[in-house]
Design a protein around this ligand. Structure first.
Ligand code: HEC
Length: 209
């Protein structure tokens, strides 16, 4: 009997490893998938909470799921519009990067869960390059770049982000304070952790670190 025990244990070990791969959040809805839609698809006259072009509000999970078939990317209308060499979406602006398209595909293959808090929030980390820039790149630059500087703000560079700080505009808009235009526009809000990191960076003198 003993000689069967080793392959049996090895088999269990293998199964556990595979199961872990499937459930390890390679793509997290809240942190990886949602910002791609918010930054690239919710511009005015597109798919935001106010304007549902083609019936789609892509600013939240429920709206996005209308065009997703869990586990079947190729049967998901949204995935089919963004993949390939000449995708039909986003219309009128640069196509999504291969990395962004793959993130969405991975997430659909995982079963398109509404998962969040996949990464530990390290409140001690609030440098520009390590924390602020990645947030801008994933959530904001679809509307705030050199070619599309909504409200006059290009948030794709350090100087551009610093230019949004005066009069508390950057932090006020992220915290949805009255007197400011709530950001990201027409689409919920960043996590408290991300907002706190940006505010800490501003209060510490917004260095290019
Ligand atoms: C879907 C497009 C869109 C996204 C995404 C977006 N913005 Fe904006 N933003 C705008 C527009 C348009 C304006 C101009 C004011 C208005 O129309 O509300 C604006 C204005 C602003 C302002 C000026 C606010 C004020 O009260 O004067 C700041 C600061 C800002 N955005 C920061 C951000 C940041 C930071 C992000 C990412 C977290 C972001 N925006 C994401 C479209 C967007």
């Amino acid at each position: 009997m003993k000689k069967y025990l080793i392959p049996f244990i090895a088999g269990i070990a293998l199964l556990t490893t595979c199961a872990k791969d499937v459930y390890s959040p390679d793509a997290c809805f809240q942190e990886d998938v949602l910002p791609i839609f918010v930054s690239n698809c919710t511009q005015s006259e597109c798919h935001n909470s106010q304007e549902h072009e083609a019936g789609y509000d892509l600013s939240n999970y429920e709206g996005i799921m209308k065009g997703i078939k869990a586990k079947h990317p190729l049967q998901s209308e949204i995935y089919n519009t963004i993949r390939g060499n000449n995708p039909s979406m986003p219309r009128g602006s640069a196509k999504l990067t291969t990395k962004q398209v793959n993130t969405i595909k991975t997430w659909i293959n995982m079963g398109a869960p509404n998962n969040s808090n996949c990464r530990t929030c390290d409140t001690a980390q609030f440098t520009f390059s390590g924390r602020v820039k990645p947030i801008m790149d994933s959530w904001c630059i679809g509307c705030h770049s050199s070619t599309n500087s909504s409200g006059g703000f290009d948030l794709s560079t350090y100087n551009g982000v610093v230019g949004a700080i005066p009069n508390n505009k950057l932090v006020g808009s992220l915290k949805h304070l009255s007197g400011f235009s709530a950001m990201p526009k027409n689409a919920g809000s960043l996590s408290q952790c991300d907002i706190a990191a940006i505010e800490k960076w501003v209060l510490a003198g917004y260095q290019n670190n």
